[in-house]
Design a protein around this ligand. Sequence first.
Ligand code: HEM
Length: 726
Amino acid sequence: MWSFDRKNGLTLLTRNGMPDEEIIGLEKSNNVNCIKKKLGNIFKENKELKEDINKRKLASVTDFCASNISVDLNPSPRKKLCTENKTDKHDGKRKGQMNEENTEYKNGEKVLCFWKQDQKWYEADIIEKRSKVLTYIQQSMKIDLLAVVLLLNGILIDASCPARCACGNSVNGVNLYCYGRNLEYVPNIPNDTHELTLASNKISIIKQFAFVNLPGLHDINIADNLITAIEEYAFVGMPSLHFAKMDNNMLTTIRAHTFDATDIRDGMNLTSNPINCDCGVYPLWSWIIERQSMNAEATCSNGTLITSLGSSELEKCNPDNCQCLNDGKCVMTGGGKVICDCIEHWTGEMCQGIVWANGHQWLELNKLIIQAQHKTTVIENMQQQLTLEVNKLCQCFSPNDATDPLDHLFNSTLNIMSILAFGKRLEYENPDFTTLRARVKYIFKHGQSLGRKETLFSWLALFTKSQVSEVIGEMDKLHAFIKQKLENHVTDNNSKFPLDLLDVYLNLSDSERKDSALSERNFFQAIIDMYIAAYETYTGTLMTLMFHLLKYPDVQTKCREEIHRVCGGKQTVTIEDRDELRYVESTIKEVLRIAKPVVLAIYRTIPREIKVEKYTIPAESIILFDLNDPQIDPKLWDNPNEFDPDRWETPQKNGYLPFGIGPRRCVGAPTVELSLFFMITNILNKFELIPEDERNLPMERDWTGISLFPKQFKMFMKPVEYQQYT
Ligand code: HEM
């Protein structure tokens, strides 16, 4: 049942059982109807997915901005930690996201603050966290055990008979009998032990190397304890082991490397343990399968014999086929698919990158990217390279032949990202450019993080068809491409004057680079995330900007007049002109408001239960912010559906959210704002944009799954003479 209310500008929907059509219960908006329809189709096709969704709690909060929700979400006393009245050098409204100065510490824990309309800083961690996403991975990593074994060979434990145990001598060595002695730990065991009985105690964990250097140990019995975990390498050092009884404990999983360098020759008993037979069982399963001569009695929690599990399914869990980074674990879903379950801070495909990272890892990457975009030398370089990009872009149009701008604008988007990342635009014909374009496009189309149309919730992608290994293959090639660029940068790099993200990365201190959040792998993935994040959003915005300049020639003329008046015939409009080109800035803002380049923010989750007005939203709910509604809410805007740059002459209410809100706001926003300004002023300075057919510029737009794009149109670009205006 949906519970639904609309009060004080807040639309809130929660649900218990979710009917197909009501997956996202945002009423009113056409875009959302479209989303519903799309997800509805997936539902109809997919029973497994329906079941999964029905197990989850889902809440959707819209009109976020209008609702004062961040204050309501956040009654915690930690709010006091966030300093008031800080100003932002870069953006009069909002503090640069993650500078150390707006990060405060409490008990060593970072508390993030963000700017809110009423001039106060608020803690925002509660909704900062990305919702967990489980996806597939592939690749492998192996631990070199040999070194460990060699190390251990030298260790001898000098132990006499442990307290509370009985030791009897036999021809083969000591029989150590510790049955039912209330032991909570494995005692020190004499090196000449032949039989070891530790059954019926209260042992809860078997530590690493617990039985090290027991060359003659023949039988071990640790049955009937409270064992919940056997640490990796716990069984190393028993080369003569014939029998191991471990039944009737509380083991849910046997980790990889537990039995490494161990041979149990005759038999083992692991029955009556609640062992999960998902991917976690792979190490045990493969270890048993390799030892055909051993009699293995081992069962899953449901009683299935582990030896009877299907090898074709379990092979997918083989670390050679499945690797999760940052300590993520491969897990198998009900459908036999293998995915990455990331530990608390990480989410996403391989538990890496920025879009799906949380906590410290996210913060460090976010800080690096934000700081880079604010460096003067980076901004100057961007301006220089954008001049070249605009010139090339304009050459793709003609005063006589009408051209569809879409493809060309995609090219410019990629180049803007390349300028930010590597400091240089690439020629459109350059093989590096065409390959990069093809790879980003492929990942965007088939990938699971941002690009899949049908998967606004990317965890839904688990259940839909996917080209996972191909996507990961493409990602790997992009990683190699970025690594190559980084290596070239090492030689070119003038560390004093960073020009791009790679320079900023290279300038990190050794200790900063040791932080796994800033490892090459994570940093490269963050760059890929940015390419993907920019791909449609930025192109869609450029398309919408062109469209409005064609649709409203008076706005175009007014922009050009302002540019000519302020810049007085300069060849290149520069960033210094920005403050005076207010109408152009207003036009860009108005386009970003009306373009809805991102309809719904990337979903987040709340780590603890929260109350919003009369609603209680359960912990772990997925929160979706509808960025569209506040931007066209009649309570916030006069004539919200009208394209009217002049409205920005007076201060507007707080409903402008093209980049989202809070610490998880778009990390590329400074580059977007700078490059949109730079591109459009320099195009209009020299060209008039003319539609091929002014009657054929419909306002309806196509929804791609993330952005709204104008319907296809063609245009001419005609050189203009500089006009002197007073
Ligand atoms: C007009 C163009 C763009 C728009 C409208 C836009 C909008 C957004 C929005 C709404 C979000 C989600 C924020 C949230 O979860 O609340 C986002 C996230 C993000 N955007 Fe953009 N974006 C644009 C271009 C770019 C570009 C050019 C880049 C890269 C330079 C970029 C990088 C990112 C990244 C990395 C995130 C994830 C941030 C995080 O998880 O902390 N975006 N963007």
